[in-house]
Design a binder for this molecule. Structure first.
Ligand code: PMP
Length: 288
């Protein structure tokens, strides 16, 4: 596997970062998870824009242009002879000393890895997934905005551990006010009486690229999509529910906190959107 690390493409054996890298010491950095389908990098511009917005929000200087960053992503996929891939792009504050002070980090570090990911077992995509609501709340926007895709995922990891302890793979998180925000690495959608609802960005969520694509695809199908705050009861009472994310793609949720959602099977709206999404990813994106 060829990895972009420290300004060059190297074999994975040689792709190493310093123990003084502040991404490692403090989670001081930002990242993106991107997918390539059928020889194209899906929504590359959107991912790179979000990466630079996250970097700007934490005052992390990125030494190269957005175009150069896009080229690194495409080149990493190409060098690994992949047409379908999961790509991880990381920018850390770089090497500093053992203190917090980011001024000690002279240069940010860019890493790009292209490989594969399988987040949940295939049976869950077919039959649906059961999840719980985590006691761990999503970080409030005035502490660390969930819109920043930073290397600090501890909050989400704590929620994931809660799911794992309940022998499940995923957890739903609420925001500080008790409204539904998102899952540990995915956005949430519910469907009731033919209307799709997903939490607005001010609910304290990552503005998912998959989320935005699904909203567009649903509207193209003539389905009403609203971005509104909602409570757990709305999920329990929904006809259908599903999660979206680059790694997860679209996955149906059939049970939350032991409450069956709808008839406990992936529903027709979900199935329609999934088919549309699979069609869409084949032709959208930056050619490799
Ligand atoms: N929320 C969180 C917390 C995430 O980490 C992610 C990305 N895995 C998402 C939502 C989904 O975003 P996207 O569709 O851009 O991958």
């Amino acid at each position: 596997m060829i990895i972009y690390c420290d300004g060059k493409f190297v074999d994975s054996q040689e792709a190493k970062i310093s123990v003084f890298d502040h991404g490692f010491l403090y989670g001081d950095g930002v990242f993106e998870g991107i997918r390539a389908y059928n020889g194209r990098v899906f929504k590359l511009k959107e991912h790179i824009d979000r990466l630079y917005e996250s970097a700007n929000a934490i005052l992390l200087n990125v030494e190269i242009s957005r175009r150069e960053m896009m080229d690194i992503v495409v080149e990493t996929v190409r060098k690994n002879n992949l047409t379908d891939a999961y790509i991880r792009l990381i920018i850390s504050r770089g090497v500093g000393d053992m203190g917090l002070d980011p001024r000690k980090c002279a240069k940010s570090e860019i890493i790009c890895i292209a490989g594969n990911i399988s987040l949940y077992p295939p049976s869950m995509y077919e039959n649906g997934m059961e999840i719980i609501t985590a006691a761990t709340r999503r970080t409030s926007s005035d502490a660390l905005s969930p819109r920043i895709k930073s290397l600090n995922y501890l909050n989400n990891i704590m929620a994931k551990i809660e799911a794992n302890r309940a022998s499940l793979m995923e957890a739903l998180m609420l925001n500080q006010e008790g409204y539904v925000s998102e899952a540990t690495g995915d956005n949430i959608f519910i469907i009731k009486d033919g209307i799709i609802t997903t939490p607005p960005v001010y609910a304290g969520i990552l503005k998912g690229v998959t989320r935005d694509s699904v909203i567009d695809l649903a509207r193209q199908e003539g389905i009403t999509v609203q971005e509104e705050l909602f409570h757990l009861i709305d999920v329990y009472s929904a006809d259908e529910c599903f999660l979206t994310g680059t790694a997860a793609e679209l996955i149906p949720i059939i049970m939350l906190d032991s409450r069956k959602i709808g008839d406990g099977k992936p529903g027709p709206v979900f199935k329609k959107l999934l088919a549309k999404f699979h069609e869409y990813v084949k032709t959208e994106g930056e050619p490799i």
